[in-house]
Design a protein around this ligand. Structure first.
Ligand code: SAM
Length: 298
């Protein structure tokens, strides 16, 4: 267990703490280099072994923050590195070493490598922890202006048109803000398909180059964003967010079914109030139907 003392002057007492044995996933900046937590720097300073999706990117980050590699191994690993490389890392963990894993940018495992390693470490009963931090999906949700109470991160949509359309059709009814990553060269096609499949009137946002010099957030309906983006040459890294689907129109059958279910556990008054709120129907009408159905059941 290595003491993280190399940068103790700049990082203070916290950096002197030893990093416990185990696999530590470290989130790194998605743009601005200073978007890294003090604990992430502690882990990178003190871990026995550094592991990275791209060793050059991690070396650059260490240089920016004045962290010396100091003779420690720096191992390249991604989810397709193969069984031998995975066994090597698991072996080091089994010996009681502390490993810091960083992906290219942001949070490992989020459209980035790390899942297979995490799963193998958990299966082997080895300790695993995270130094959380930047993640483009969460950053975009924060600034999108779209509901944040419930969201679904869908990663990258398939690049082939037919597969992308069927992927989006599966998401069309989801009652949550949708979050997708996309490359600039496929953004126009994605927005066109989103508008066609989810409906052009849904509110959406395109978050580009967040935390960087040319950060830009476009907001509007899918139809407007699709036509605006088609007319521009968009560059940089992009997250697309789409508001949830509007609730289905209530029908007399759906109101009756909801009331029958609610009446199993609620009084007539509470069932009517609950159904009127959830299905957005008049409380008076819901109460009358609930009364009739309750009498019919009794
Ligand atoms: N692990 C990363 C995370 O936690 O967000 C995501 C890695 S994924 C390979 C890269 C994608 O994330 C980009 O194609 C883009 O969709 C999104 N992304 C990353 N940085 C971004 C930024 N600064 N602004 C907008 N989108 C970004």
């Amino acid at each position: 267990m290595r003491q993280s003392s190399d940068t103790s002057d700049s990082l203070g007492k916290a950096a002197l703490r030893a990093i416990p044995p185990g696999l530590h996933f470290v989130s790194t900046p998605i743009g601005a280099a200073r978007d890294i937590t003090l604990r992430a720097l502690d882990v990178l300073t003190g871990a026995d072994v550094l592991v990275a999706e791209d060793t050059r990117t991690l070396k650059r980050l260490l240089e920016i923050h004045g962290i010396a590699l100091g003779g420690r191994p720096l191992i390249a690993y991604h989810d397709h590195s193969g069984a031998a490389q995975m066994q090597r890392l698991l072996g080091l963990l089994a010996e009681g070493k502390s490993l810091a894993y960083a992906s290219e940018a942001g949070t490992p495992l989020i459209s980035d490598p790390g899942f297979e390693l995490a799963r193998a470490a958990v299966a082997a009963g080895l300790p695993i922890s995270a130094a959380p931090g930047p993640c483009a999906a969460v950053c975009a949700l924060t600034v999108s202006g779209l509901p944040s109470d419930r969201f679904l991160f869908a990663g990258f949509a398939p690049s082939a048109k037919a597969a992308r359309r069927s992927f989006l059709a599966d998401l069309a009814g989801v009652q949550a803000t949708l979050i997708l990553y996309e490359s600039p060269k496929r953004l126009a096609a994605l927005l066109e398909d989103l508008a066609a499949i989810l409906g052009g009137s849904r509110q959406a946002a395109v978050c580009r180059e967040m935390t960087k010099r040319f950060e830009e957030i476009l907001r509007g309906t899918l139809a407007k964003l699709a036509s605006d983006v088609a007319a521009r040459d968009i560059k940089g890294e992009i997250v697309v967010l789409v508001d949830r689907s509007p609730p289905a129109e209530a029908t007399s059958e759906s109101v009756e079914a909801a009331l029958d279910e609610a009446l199993q556990t609620m009084s007539v008054k509470d069932a009517a109030s609950f159904v009127s709120q959830t299905l957005k129907v008049s409380r008076k009408i819901a109460y009358q139907i609930a009364l009739d159905r309750n009498q019919g059941q009794g």
